[in-house]
Design a binder for this molecule. Structure first.
Ligand SMILES: [Zn+2]
Length: 333
């Protein structure tokens, strides 16, 4: 049993309270490898932004849960080395699928876990979330629950349609489970293909596809029921069209990849939404940079020569999100 406090991590409680108060949101970036972690930490250190490092089931399978947890411990020291005196870093389990998975992460030093019972019947979701909360709170680990189902595909999590969160359920769910934050479904979606072109309209000025508007009325309904309670948005990549264009220019084949417009996320960040999950955008930034090197320098075979530019491109993206979308810069001095 390792306490996250011993390795310099923090839970989400204070971070979220400040974010709601201040009208901004904390970035939750998924990581699977060293370059991605370096990019996240150096972006957060440079902008002095609190940050949530997320580990998905896919990441645990790809990189190994133990290794990822030690990388997070290393990340705290790396942040200090970069001159960030009091790094505010959370190590969070993304989409925990069982009590056992959550327990094993808590025992290993994670400071926050998500238990995703959103696919279960309501009463089973309540019971499972409550069980995780009871275990986690003994160690001051914070817990994210979920109500409503997001469409899209993210590692092992997938659904072909949305079920919006029902605002009339949230008070009962939060009070009976004791969860610290709640992921809701208001029309964001996992993956880089969030919407079909048929679901979108064309912006007459730019010619770009605009997805259906998020259900801000559902968010407002939730906020009215649970004033000041931390709300989480999953599936909130924006799928930057310049990265998609670079990928396709250098041999990629991403067709009609569409994300959530950044001004909509900015609007959400100003509300009770205090954690915004971004994964696909970083995958796109990494892939675009690597494809460009491969196309322009076909003789290159030193991985540092393509993973380095990939890291730089991800860092640029993370800084952009922190400063221009979430507004969390300068909030962790
Ligand atoms: Zn998710």
């Amino acid at each position: 049993m390792v306490s996250y406090k011993e390795i310099g991590l923090v839970n989400t409680r204070e971070m979220f309270a400040k974010a709601i108060e201040g009208g901004y949101a904390i970035p939750a970036f998924n990581f699977n490898n060293m370059e991605q972690l370096q990019a996240i930490i150096s972006a957060a250190a440079e902008t002095k932004s609190p940050v949530i490092l997320q580990v998905s089931k896919g990441a645990r399978q790809y990189a190994n849960q133990t290794l990822l947890r030690y990388m997070a411990e290393g990340a705290v020291e790396y942040a200090k080395e970069l001159g960030w005196e009091n790094p505010q870093i959370v190590l969070h389990l993304d989409h925990g699928d069982s009590f056992e998975t959550c327990k094993s992460c808590i025992d290993m030093g994670f400071s926050s876990v998500m238990i995703d019972g959103s696919h279960l019947p309501y009463e089973e979701n309540v019971a499972l979330t409550k069980k995780v909360v009871e275990y986690a709170h003994q160690f001051d680990v914070t817990v994210e629950g979920e109500l409503g189902v997001l469409a899209g595909v993210e590692d092992e999590v997938s659904s072909d349609h949305h079920t919006y969160t029902k605002p009339e359920e949230v008070v009962d769910f939060v009070s009976r489970t004791g969860c610290d934050s709640l992921a809701i479904s208001i029309g964001t979606s996992h993956g880089a293909y969030k919407f079909t072109p048929e679901q979108c309209t064309v912006d007459p000025e730019t010619g770009l596809l605009v997805p259906p508007m998020l259900a801000f009325d559902v968010l407002e309904g939730v906020e009215k029921e649970l004033p000041g309670f931390p709300i989480v948005l999953h599936g909130s990549s924006s799928v930057p069209q310049d990265e998609v264009a670079t990928i396709n220019k250098y041999g990629g084949a991403l067709k009609a990849a569409i994300g959530i417009p950044e001004p909509w996320l900015r609007k959400a960040a100003e509300s009770a939404v205090c954690k915004i999950n971004i994964d696909s955008d970083s995958r796109l930034a990494m892939t675009a940079a690597i494809r460009e090197v491969f196309a322009n320098k076909p003789a290159e075979f030193d991985p540092r020569k393509y993973l380095g530019p990939a890291r730089d491109n991800m860092k640029k993206l993370y800084i952009h999100k922190i400063v221009n979308v979430l507004g969390s810069d300068g909030k962790a001095q």
